[in-house]
Design a protein around this ligand. Structure first.
Ligand code: SD4
Length: 306
């Protein structure tokens, strides 16, 4: 039997995002609508000035966002290095639905968003600006393992905040259709113009309705190098369970860059067309959230190599 509908998403903040997706799925709504609505929850926290949630900027102080979305028919849309727009996922969906293209970047993506009614906002919160100013003292680019959960859970402590980093979300609706969304402010203090895996179809996200869907989080360069999400889906096509497919993709990263792999985090999350899910990461501490008929806010610890 197929376990549907179901939605899964990366990290502890996936729990809240899944709830928004579930509102749509439980009424028989489309997976595509569910994943868009779901990831808008962590995205919109960027604008919440009273609690100061915003993505960390690049090393020059600019907040630049990457996102992509893909549906059950292989339609997809993406934006990269987009500034000033609170909901890059919705711009990505509009690129998919209203243009002959798959991806718009930078100035052109912003122009397209503004022409389609999105509002220009300042996404650099005082807290993120402060973190950047601190970073400028040493200017060391050192991705922190599991920063997503560390900052998220640190929010509960006074004086702390979190940045959301990447949420990848995959959903299977009552019709048995799969869709996925992935959205991020990218690696903190990245070079200006740097684009990660998250907006790249096949790297940060891939959906094939005949097989399943996968998404990635962590250091995007290693995910791009191995075309990670596409790899996970192709491994599921060959018969691997979601967790085992994610494990193979993680091991591919180790094989390509053994020294790098020891120091960084990359995690994959997969959902197949039967509604089975699984995850695997390089380092311990990668979590994902599940919401289906049985469990509304389940948080699962993915297995890891190290
Ligand atoms: C990137 N994969 O820009 C993203 C970062 C990330 O949770 O996943 N953060 O490389």
């Amino acid at each position: 039997t197929v376990n549907k509908p179901i939605v899964v998403s990366t990290w502890d903040f996936g729990v809240a995002a899944n709830q928004a997706a579930w509102e749509i799925l439980k009424k028989g709504g489309k997976a595509l609508d569910a994943v868009e609505a779901g990831v808008r929850i962590p995205e919109s926290d960027l604008a919440n000035a009273t609690v100061g949630k915003g993505g960390y900027p690049d090393r020059d102080g600019y907040v630049t966002l990457d996102a992509c979305i893909m549906d059950e028919n292989g339609n997809c849309g993406a934006v990269a290095a987009l500034e000033h727009i609170q909901h890059p996922i919705s711009v990505a969906r509009m690129v998919m639905e209203k243009t002959p293209h798959v991806m718009l970047v930078g100035e052109g993506a912003l122009q397209f968003a503004l022409a389609n009614g999105f509002e220009k906002e300042n996404l650099l919160t005082p807290e993120s600006a402060h973190a950047w100013e601190n970073w400028l003292k040493e200017k060391k680019y050192e991705p922190v393992v599991n920063i997503e959960n560390k900052l998220f859970n640190a929010e509960k402590l006074p004086g702390n905040r979190y940045n959301h980093d990447t949420i990848g979300m995959l959903a299977l609706d009552t019709l048995g259709n799969l869709s996925g969304a992935c959205t991020t402010s990218g690696m903190a203090f990245k070079m200006r113009g740097r684009v990660g895996d998250s907006p790249i179809i096949g790297a940060g996200l891939y959906v094939d309705n005949e097989v399943g869907a996968a998404t990635a989080t962590g250091v995007g360069e290693e995910v791009i190098r191995t075309v990670g999400s596409f790899l996970v889906v192709e491994l599921m096509r060959q018969g691997l369970a979601p967790r085992d497919a994610c494990r193979e993709a993680v091991e591919r990263i180790i094989k390509k860059k053994p020294e790098t792999a020891k120091k960084i985090q990359v995690g994959f999350l997969a959902l197949n067309r039967n509604g089975d899910h699984g995850a695997f990461s390089l380092q311990k501490g990668f979590t994902y959230a599940v919401c289906d008929q049985r469990q509304r806010d389940l948080l699962v610890d993915g297995d890891s190599v190290y």
